[in-house]
Design a protein around this ligand. Structure first.
Ligand SMILES: [Fe+2]
Length: 245
């Protein structure tokens, strides 16, 4: 009888409302993403079919494993863009990086070598085991140079679970949060999914990212749209991705 009073929810049929992905491993042979160009093109085609209009290649920059320099990333990105064009794929491919907070990152900042997302934003990550001792030092160094820090997948740093105020503190210091869509599906386990939903509930998330590395991830993103709670969140939360233009 009171059904007319119930709020109607919008469910996303695809990710076209998100428009721009700000976190993806798309460049072949540069990190733990696709190994060869054909794999990259397949990933990009599938993401385009899911509704994305712009993708951002954000290869890892991590001194111990992926010491990718700015020039190497830009050169590799150019090759990818050329291959995408040749393949007749219409999606735009931007470039930035996912910086691990280590000493190489500090010298990248000091030498003005940072590859940024639109709006001078810098995607960064840290260990899943413990925070860097100088976490706020990275944040201040970036802010001093007028960069906007964006923390990749905050929900995956489970060492912060015991102390939720750590998240609040980061937000107070002006850090933006990028949630992995995959986290909502339970792909990284239940504790990560729980933290993802908690951060959403507290309205602490700014951006959504796919963080795709391979086709299996895209499959999970497809399946995720069949989950009402996820489809509703994608449609209604108001992520800032769409404002990136
Ligand atoms: Fe990533």
């Amino acid at each position: 009888m009171l059904s007319f009073l119930r709020k109607k929810h919008t469910l996303a049929a695809d990710y076209s409302g998100i428009l721009t992905d700000i976190h993806a491993h798309l460049i072949p042979g540069i990190d733990d993403g696709p190994k060869v160009m054909e794999e990259s093109l397949q990933l990009i085609r599938e993401l385009e079919a899911l509704g994305y209009r712009r993708l951002t290649a954000t290869p890892h920059v991590m001194s111990d494993y992926y010491p990718n320099s700015r020039d190497f990333i830009l050169e590799s990105h150019q090759k990818l863009v050329a291959a995408v064009k040749k393949a007749g794929i219409g999606v735009e491919i931007g470039v930035a990086a996912e910086y691990y907070m280590d000493s190489q990152f500090l010298s990248v900042i000091d030498n003005d070598q940072v590859l940024t997302l639109p709006g001078n934003q810098v995607l960064m990550e840290m260990s899943f085991v413990s925070p860097p001792p100088n976490l706020y030092h990275f944040i201040f160094r970036l802010q001093t140079k007028n960069y906007q820090p964006v923390l990749a997948h905050p929900e995956r740093y489970l060492f912060m679970k015991k102390n939720f105020s750590e998240y609040e503190r980061l937000k107070e210091y002006g850090v933006r949060f990028q949630l992995n869509l995959l986290s909502l599906t339970g792909h990284y386990g239940t504790p990560v999914a729980e933290m993802a939903w908690k951060l959403l509930k507290n309205k602490m998330i700014d951006y959504l990212g796919t963080d795709v590395h391979h086709l299996r991830h895209v499959e999970i993103l497809k399946e995720a749209l069949g989950d009402k709670r996820i489809a509703q969140t994608v449609a209604e939360y108001g992520f800032l991705n769409a404002e990136l233009g």
